[in-house]
Design a protein around this ligand. Structure first.
Ligand SMILES: [Zn+2]
Length: 254
């Protein structure tokens, strides 16, 4: 794990560079999107043990299977998410469980997505001292997707946005206006962020550059221009671009 700011640890999965974020102080920890493979969750529990950290809460940025995970060794502290995320985690439980695949023991499948709704803030009892996380709830990438802003640390935990690896991925059926609105909503936090932590990719000090790149990419797609974004070279991204471009073309062609 790397400490990207005081009390903010990030681990990166071997699958899709998925990040897990740990906020810690005084022996207590809040886990944000712990992920992904069972052995990686176990290793995260080892790491918490080694640092003598007790988990007092969890938070899921959105209702995709790779962001709703948990491990018995993290304990039974309450886990939180936006109201829309919590509703999706409940209503789409079957599909989300199916997406986990066969590597997950039934106890991990059972623990997936057991989040409670809070749009206002993560309850204090689930937050280590020294942190005052603000929830920025929007509908970019997924309904009720939530960025977590740490004002004191000037860290923005972006969920599946502002990635250095992945292009913007509006949710099915590709709600571009929601995505653009979400970028506008997080822009003031981006402007003040010393560190941005994406759900997939590398933490960086270049939040503003990432926001600009995402806006440029979407502007290009909407205008029918072929984007020059270097992330197009990454796995799965040509397909994501083709799909979005086709949808935009279809929408413009009544
Ligand atoms: Zn996602």
């Amino acid at each position: 794990m790397i400490e990207v700011a005081d009390g903010v640890l990030v681990a990166t999965s071997r699958v899709m560079s998925t990040t897990s974020t740990v906020l810690f102080r005084d022996g207590e920890a809040l886990l944000i999107d712990p992920a992904w493979m069972p052995d990686e969750l176990d290793a995260l529990a080892d790491e918490l043990d080694a640092r003598r950290l007790r988990v007092i809460g969890g938070f899921a940025t959105h209702a995709h299977h790779d962001h709703l995970l948990w491990h018995p060794r993290f304990g039974d502290a309450p886990r939180w998410a936006s109201a829309a995320t919590a509703a999706l985690a409940r209503d789409e439980r079957e599909a989300l469980s199916g997406a986990l695949g066969g590597d997950f023991a039934s106890e991990l499948v059972e623990l997936m997505g057991r989040v409670e709704a809070t749009d206002a803030a993560i309850p204090r009892a689930s937050v280590p001292r020294g942190f005052a996380p603000e929830l920025v709830v929007h509908d970019g990438h997924a309904p009720g997707h939530t960025a977590v802003w740490l004002p004191e640390q000037r860290v923005l935990i972006a969920g599946d946005m502002l990635s250095d690896l992945e292009l913007p991925l509006p949710f099915e059926p590709d709600n571009l206006p929601s995505y653009a609105a979400a970028l506008d909503l997080i822009a003031p936090y981006v402007a003040h962020a010393d560190v941005v932590i994406p759900g997939h990719g590398s933490p960086g000090t270049d939040a503003t550059r990432r926001l600009d790149a995402d806006r440029r990419y979407l502007d290009d797609v909407i205008a029918g221009r072929v984007p020059t974004d270097p992330r197009l070279a990454n796995a799965g991204m040509p397909e994501a671009y083709e799909r979005l471009a086709a949808l935009v073309a279809g929408a413009a062609d009544p």
